[in-house]
Design a protein around this ligand. Structure first.
Ligand code: AP5
Length: 214
């Protein structure tokens, strides 16, 4: 099972990725988490990425394509994977096609910008695992602590309202064109494309994905 999660920042891709990876036993490949890990480790990539991410911009296509191709070639991806945050531009999607990396499903999460801006203010994340919470809609069992490890949750550096608005503008400009890109591929029978209403409750969105994917 190879799945692409497509949608604006904060549309719920990472939240549903946790559900899907547990249900289908496939790894989540979150390019955002990979970049944040590189920043934390202080690698050359991390140093380059930090400034770009804090400004709400996109890291260059060449870097991202290389990162994802290397990750997909690892043995745990043999039976499938979940791409969360990639591809994010037409050149990234073209690179996947050219490399012959087929996908079964593209799942689009549809959420209006204003809902997203409100959501991001309440997001808390566990950096070690990528688990995502919301102080109101998806709270941890204990305030400020990860449910599994008990470690502290943090607020992402790029979740300030001004940065979120920039990320949304970039989404509409550079990533939204992938909707028609994959809809065209779906019409040719190359992928299955589903648009999901991401404004419903987390469990309702998971239930819809379950019925779509079986
Ligand atoms: P990345 O980490 O990929 O961020 P993103 O795509 O902007 O997505 P988010 O993680 O912000 O949101 P999400 O859809 O996963 O929502 P979540 O589930 O957390 O990328 C960060 C940066 O890295 C980019 O800006 C860029 O610089 C760089 N980058 C990454 N990939 C790149 C690429 N391919 N090319 C170039 N640059 C790249 O949910 C959000 C909140 O809402 C949470 O608090 C959650 O609990 C809550 N929530 C979720 N679902 C619901 C619901 N149904 N109802 C109510 N609340 C909900």
């Amino acid at each position: 099972m190879r799945i692409i999660l497509l949608g604006a920042p904060g549309a719920g891709k990472g939240t549903q990725a946790q559900f899907l990876m547990n249900r289908y036993s496939i790894p989540q490949i979150s390019t955002g988490d990979m970049l944040r890990a590189a920043i934390k480790a202080g690698t050359e990539l991390g140093k380059k990425a930090k400034e770009v991410m804090d400004a709400g911009q996109l890291v260059s296509d060449d870097i991202m394509i290389g990162l994802v191709q290397e990750r997909i070639s690892q043995s745990d991806c043999e039976n499938g994977f979940l791409l969360d945050g990639f591809p994010r531009t037409i050149p990234q999607a073209d690179a996947m096609q050219e490399a012959g990396i087929d996908v079964d499903y593209v799942l689009e999460f549809d959420v209006a910008d204003d809902v997203i801006v409100k959501r991001m203010a309440g997001r808390r994340v566990h950096p070690g695992s990528g688990r995502v919470y919301h102080i109101e809609h998806n709270p941890p069992k204990q305030d400020g602590k990860d449910d599994v490890t008990g470690e502290d949750l943090v607020i992402r550096d790029d979740d300030k309202e001004a940065t979120v608005r920039k990320r949304l503008a970039i989404y509409h400009d550079q990533t939204k064109p992938l909707v028609s890109y994959y809809q065209n591929l779906a019409e040719q029978g190359v992928v299955k494309y589903h648009k999901v209403d991401g404004t419903r409750k987390v469990e309702q969105v998971s239930a819809e994905l379950k019925s779509l994917l079986g």
